[in-house]
Design a protein around this ligand. Structure first.
Ligand SMILES: C[S@@+](CC[C@H](N)C(=O)[O-])C[C@H]1O[C@@H](n2cnc3c(N)ncnc32)[C@H](O)[C@@H]1O
Length: 400
């Protein structure tokens, strides 16, 4: 039986006998931990040579000369490939009561080195160390599997401690609905949150993989069916944070693009609650991209405007080389298309409707300002959808 311990090697002398790749890997990790490493070997491999050239180790360019080589060492490592030498080093270390690692023999070594993986978590870096007697590959495989599991947020790392002080709110842009389009910061905060307040169009499947102790509050708004008013959502965020909880407000797309993120931030800050805003992949750009439409394209469009279809359309550039991206515009489609023609756009200006962009049942409908409303009715177009108006629509593979 062995007791796993963590050694602080900072500023401590470590002697490594042998200069091959096994020694190089271990020496590099001793150096990383701040040890003062002396390598004793008549020849050293390239990786050790790099450490030596960088001044990170000292090198005695000769064979092991006996117990006096261990003078002042806290730890000894031997991997010479010569069993008699490795045994002599180990025995000399034992006689001097210095802990030693014999990398060539798992059965006889006094100290064994576990497989290690460092994982970044919202509460700091966690080091996973795994030992599997006599089977380092198994140890590495298990360490990697655990690191990946923790990294995906599948282990509940929330500390069950008495809460002091206020909590926090993160307004997190979740992208257009596919987990793959969540940002790394979004994932980190989802792993740290006690409560997640989620929108209808935010990615959902990630929530199923979080620990069951995380409370998910669905404030999803279907058009015309507001389950909570914006004021009630603001109050909910404030109340949860004031109770000391970490709150992720998971929103579709980007919080600041037609997403009322500004209002939520102001409401929280008015109560002194720390707020982090995490940008997300906005549907205004990503959903056209899902249909193969770049919102700008050299020679076709130099600018684009994102506008809500909720309200009457304002005056917009009429040229088909200026791309218009309409969100929340399905129910007002006919009226919006007529307004654009009335404002000077050509009736044959290309239009695309992309429903449920990035989701498995994404659908694209193509037409012109003149006929898209009839096509949408015929095909039963529904929310959520992004409407793109302009010459760039012709670049969609669906157009050919
Ligand atoms: C309230 S706005 C929020 C926009 C969001 N903040 C963003 O940056 O994408 C909701 C509108 O975004 C669009 N939308 C969001 N996700 C979508 C998706 N996956 N497919 C198509 N449209 C989407 C629709 O026009 C929907 O009505």
């Amino acid at each position: 039986m062995s007791l796993p311990l963590l050694f602080d090697l900072t500023g401590r002398r470590v002697v490594a006998v042998g200069g091959g790749p096994v020694a190089a890997r271990r020496v590099a990790s001793f150096v990383d931990e701040g040890a003062l490493v002396e390598v004793i070997a008549p020849w050293i491999c390239e990786d050790l040579h790099d450490l030596y050239a960088a001044g990170l180790i000292t090198w005695l360019d000769r064979d092991w000369a006996g117990p006096r080589d261990l003078h002042g060492a806290w730890l000894v490592h031997t991997a010479t490939g010569e069993p008699t030498v490795d045994t002599a080093v180990r025995e000399a270390a034992q006689a001097a009561r210095i802990w030693s690692i014999d990398a060539t023999c798992a059965d006889r070594t006094d100290v064994s080195v576990p497989a290690r993986r460092a994982v970044a978590t919202p509460d700091g870096t966690v080091t996973l160390a795994v030992s599997a007697t006599g089977d380092p590959r198994l140890a590495v495989a298990v360490a990697e599997a655990f690191a990946a599991t923790v990294g995906r947020g599948e282990v509940d790392l929330r500390r069950h401690r008495a809460r002091t002080g206020p909590g926090w709110v993160a307004l997190v842009g979740g992208g257009p609905g596919a987990d793959a389009l969540l940002t790394a910061r979004a994932l980190e905060l989802l792993r740290a949150a006690d409560v997640i307040v989620v929108d209808r169009l935010a990615p959902r499947s990630i929530l199923d993989r979080l620990p069951s102790t995380v409370r998910v509050v669905d404030v999803g708004k279907a058009p015309g069916h507001h389950s909570l008013s914006q004021g009630e959502i603001n109050d909910l965020l404030v109340a949860e944070a004031l109770a000391g909880r970490g709150v992720v407000r998971l929103k579709g797309g980007d919080p600041y693009v037609l997403g009322r993120g500004g209002e939520e931030r102001i409401a929280c800050q008015a109560h002194g609650i720390p707020v982090e805003v995490v940008p997300g992949v906005t549907s205004a750009i990503a959903v056209p991209a899902a249909a193969g439409i770049p919102v700008t394209h050299r020679g076709l469009a130099r600018a684009f405007t994102v506008v809500t279809g909720h309200d009457d359309l304002p005056a917009l550039p009429p040229g088909s080389d200026h791309t218009l991206v309409l969100l929340m515009a399905v129910s007002t489609l006919r009226q919006s298309m007529a307004t654009l023609v009335a404002h000077g756009r050509e009736p044959h200006c290309p239009v695309a409707i992309i429903e449920r962009g990035w989701l498995p049942d994404q659908r694209v409908t193509l037409g012109t300002l003149a006929d898209i409303a009839d096509l949408a009715v015929a095909r039963g177009v529904e929310n959520p959808a992004v409407i793109v108006v302009g010459d760039v629509v012709t670049l969609s593979p669906h157009a050919s």
